[in-house]
Ligand binder design. Structure first.
Ligand code: FAD
Length: 413
């Protein structure tokens, strides 16, 4: 479409948190044309974080997960098409093709296609009691195998695996975690924080093993035991695989858009096509704060980047330069993380992760705070977020001293 003409039809592909945020922001910014939101899942758009927490535990139902009720979509005149995937983007004619054969024209397009769970390619990993977790349907199917006394084997000591282990234990299952690396959460935090979570899980009763090689899942028709590299076995009634996510970028790639660990966008969420934006888990964007490209899997990124993408579609671009943050709930603990610690040269602990159940880890580079992890210290996390955003110069001794409130480290306004 021409540079100046207002778009008449905008289609958002992918109805997760990013897709809904993008569509509703378009309306808030005054877009009055036709607006479609297309999702391949048959549910109303929903929040995924509870899937490995309260929804697995059964303490919240499906309705509690919905990002917005259908009535809000109706009120905003967002045409929501569920249960159909977009099979093709034809950029030359500005049409998309749905899996049911329908063709729809667009002026502008938004890709918020998220991720899918990475499958494990090992013998037996395709048996019916082996699960990955990304969707409501995954968890509802998994829960049928999770009654008291059953033996759950969790493959992967990342956030999702550890969160689910905590819940399954509480549900009365016997839980074994098998992690291939020398420590849990190895890709996202330092050994001190990993050791803290290993202690917490072991104290709770999880059989947590690291540097484990899995050879195969044995048993017919269901897996009944997991064979390890040292020849030993772990008995299993259910297996949960939490080994990461893969960005859904094939649709974009087939349409000729630039893709590299996600759909490549600029700071305005613009893809290599001026009429197409991408946001959320599926996108790979430049972050000025850390001077590198990032593909983030977090609610905060999905929400904030989508707002920037909506503004871009309407010709009023606002750069997206947020400091990333994330949370994880395990047992009674809330881990909150802000910033990226890669490249830090000094770690400062506030509180003792070896003996306590709450502490902060601060990551300094050249005397400036670049990231922080806070376990069950929401107040301190709030100030840490501000300090990281300011890249505040800080004294390690003062940060470590719990008698000095973090608030006092903030520069005077
Ligand atoms: P998604 O939520 O994946 O939505 C994308 C949607 O697009 C999907 O419904 C997909 O089916 C659909 N789609 C894909 N391709 C097509 C197509 N061709 N046609 C039509 N539809 C398509 N983040 C946190 O910050 N904190 C947490 O504690 C946390 N916990 C999590 C726990 C679990 C179990 C999981 C899975 C994720 C968790 N996350 C957490 C991550 C967070 O949920 C994601 O970052 C967020 O959901 C990303 O939203 P999104 O809209 O980009 O992608």
């Amino acid at each position: 479409m021409s540079e100046s003409a207002a778009p008449e039809t905008i289609i958002v592909i992918g109805a997760g948190q990013a897709g809904v945020q993008l569509a509703t922001t378009l309306r808030k910014l005054g877009f009055a044309g036709r607006l479609l939101l297309i999702g391949e899942e048959s549910h109303l758009p929903y929040k995924r974080p509870p899937l490995s927490k309260a929804f697995l535990a059964g303490t919240v139902d499906r309705a509690a997960l919905h990002v917005v009720p259908q009535s809000s979509l109706d009120k905003a005149e967002i045409e929501f098409i569920a249960g159909v995937s977009v099979a093709k983007i034809d950029r030359s004619t500005q049409h998309i093709e749905l899996s049911d054969g329908r063709r729809l024209a667009y002026d502008k397009l938004a890709l918020t296609t998220g991720c899918r769970a990475r499958p494990l390619s090992l013998p037996g990993a395709d048996r019916p009691n082996v699960f990955t977790v990304r969707t409501i349907d995954d968890v509802e199917a998994l829960r049928l195998h999770c009654s008291e006394g059953k033996r759950a084997v969790v493959v992967g000591g990342g956030f999702i695996g550890l969160e689910m282990s905590a819940v399954l234990l509480k549900m009365g299952l016997k839980v074994t975690v098998l992690e291939g690396l020398p420590r849990v959460l190895a890709r996202v935090t330092v050994p001190e924080v990993s050791a803290f979570f290993e202690r917490i899980h072991r104290e709770a009763g999880v059989d947590l093993r690291t540097e484990v090689k899995i050879e195969a899942f044995e048993g017919e028709p269901q897996v009944s035991r997991v064979r390890l590299g040292d020849g030993s076995h772990v008995d299993a009634d259910v297996v949960i695989v939490g080994i990461g996510q893969i960005p859904n970028s094939e649709l974009a790639q087939a349409a000729g858009l630039a893709v590299d660990n996600g759909i490549v966008v600029d700071e305005h969420a613009q893809t290599s096509d001026a009429d197409i934006v991408a946001a959320g888990d599926c996108s790979n964007h430049p972050n000025a704060f850390y001077d590198r490209r990032l593909r983030l899997e977090s609610v905060q990124n999905a929400m904030e980047q989508s707002r920037a993408a909506a503004a871009t579609l309407l010709g009023t671009p606002q750069p997206y330069h947020a400091v990333p943050w994330f949370w994880s709930d395990q047992y009674d603990l809330k881990l909150q993380m802000v910033g990226l610690s890669a490249g830090f040269d000094q770690l400062v602990l506030r509180g003792d992760p070896q003996s306590e159940r709450s502490f902060c880890a601060f990551y300094l580079k050249d005397g400036h705070l670049i990231a922080a992890d806070a376990v069950s210290r929401p107040q301190e996390f709030m100030f840490a977020k501000k300090l990281v955003a300011l890249r505040a110069p800080l004294e390690a001794a003062q940060l470590a001293d719990e008698s000095i409130p973090l608030k006092s480290q903030l520069p005077a306004a």
